[in-house]
Design a protein around this ligand. Sequence first.
Ligand SMILES: C[S@@+](CC[C@H](N)C(=O)[O-])C[C@H]1O[C@@H](n2cnc3c(N)ncnc32)[C@H](O)[C@@H]1O
Length: 204
Amino acid sequence: MGFQQIEMPDHFGLDSTEPEADRLIGVANEQIERFMLSDQEVIENFVTCDFHLTQCALQWIRDNHLLTGERFCELGSGYGVVAMLAARMGMESIGIEIEQVLVDEANALAAQLSNDAAFHCGSFIPRETLENLDMDREIRNVTIEEDDVYREIGLAMNDFDLFFAFPWPGEQVFFERVVDKWAASGAMLLTYRGRDGMQLQRKD
Ligand SMILES: C[S@@+](CC[C@H](N)C(=O)[O-])C[C@H]1O[C@@H](n2cnc3c(N)ncnc32)[C@H](O)[C@@H]1O
């Protein structure tokens, strides 16, 4: 497996926040709270990352001209806030989410905010992934299901320049293996690691 780690600052500083991004995050947080308090069945695998920290990381990647292109994909996009932050920066941005109700919420929020991110229902794991993926540990919080959603979108994993994911503890390696198998050389994987902050890797 070939990834190069890219060191990011531990703290990005207050100047990395932007009023428009803050507004997007504020509106999204209100809607997520409303959604969580509604009568919806609990979606156990859905928790949100630190949107402010992730926005700072996206801006830092942008400011340092690290991307090979403009296509962004959030793997397991939940409410889609990170994909919307990437779209706000001018990226061609999509999210893939397995829970239809979250896809509907994300698309409705994007429409409300006039944000160009698009959300698609399906599994981010392409067909012919799992048989070759030597997984030595159990994956509990990703739905292990292969799908043709990229074909429906009209793009393949190797068309994207930056992936974002919020893996549950111990499941980072699964995302790395999927990206390593299918992404283009030079594509980047940004992950939110909870207490350990953000991690950025570039595929060899
Ligand atoms: C930890 S949440 C992160 C949500 C969002 N990315 C964020 O950071 O706020 C992980 C999301 O991945 C979704 N998910 C799990 N397995 C998936 C799969 N195979 N394909 C697409 N989405 C998946 C879950 O339903 C959940 O919404």
